[in-house]
Design a protein around this ligand. Sequence first.
Ligand SMILES: Nc1ncnc2c1ncn2[C@@H]1O[C@H](COP(=O)(O)OP(=O)(O)OP(=O)(O)O)[C@@H](O)[C@H]1O
Ligand SMILES: Cc1ncsc1CCO
Ligand SMILES: [Mg+2]
Length: 281
Amino acid sequence: MVNKLEIQSKMMQAVETVRRTNPMAGSITNTVTINLVANAQLAVGGSAAMVYLPDEAEFLAKAGGAMYINVGTLLPIYEETLPYVAKVLHETGKPWVLDPVAVGIGSLRTKLLQQLKAYKPTIIRGNASEIIALAGLWGLDGGTDESNVRGVDSTDSVSEAKAAAIALAKWTEGAVAVSGETDLVTDGSMMAFCYGGSHFMEKITGAGCSLGGVAAVYATATSPFIAALTATAVYNVAGKRAELKVDGPGSFQVQFIDELYKATAEDIANNSLDVEEVSFL
Ligand SMILES: Nc1ncnc2c1ncn2[C@@H]1O[C@H](COP(=O)(O)OP(=O)(O)OP(=O)(O)O)[C@@H](O)[C@H]1O
Ligand SMILES: Cc1ncsc1CCO
Ligand SMILES: [Mg+2]
């Protein structure tokens, strides 16, 4: 049985714990949106640190409460860093978030994402095309080998990624968040649909990347499902509010950070949300 009130109460607790404790979630993330990721993490009450090197990543994995790994702009050193730190995270039971940006392009990206399967990311956050393609790469239900990934933007709808999201969540025993106009978050047994946001979020780069970074901040304080849901909800609240105050994507990004900062635990938990049980056919 889904208990929405209990879910909302856990979301509020997560928001408040993060604001009170300023937890650190280190990141290995792409060079395009690295600044937005850090600023979004700070705006919700977390602490950010970005690294590239294996020993520094290991340090952050151990020192922080969670970690964010985004494969957007791969560098040669990542061939060493990513599997190394993912193993540390897995073995120490630290939550970590994977954003499989542009999965399917290039041989290093494919090899690394294949290796990461064994280290079971606590939260997988991607757009619909990336979630479908990652399930395909990992040989799970709902995935496809004929990937529609053509770059970093989605060409599939969120509802088309439902089966892939459930299969990935069951594999990791964590949560999967699929972003789009309506967001979907699942832990394999519950499925949440989260509404709000703004069309401007498709016109700035890094709304998804920074959402992953914020999910890592919340993962320091709560379960993978609640962390993914809380991050998704604060993005929907802040996006909706920022859109009302601006008339273009540049000012939207600035206003969006302000609205992330201003959203209260109640605002976030009361954002439009439907939760249902995953039905087993
Ligand atoms: N059309 C839309 N309407 C409302 N919200 C949206 C829309 N498109 C995306 N969003 C919101 O933007 C955020 C990021 O989702 P998106 O699917 O754009 O990620 P992404 O494609 O991985 O982005 P990036 O790779 O640029 O970081 C989510 O919070 C999502 O709810
Ligand atoms: C535009 C872009 N290119 C590689 S990563 C990235 C950020 C959005 O995913
Ligand atoms: Mg993305």
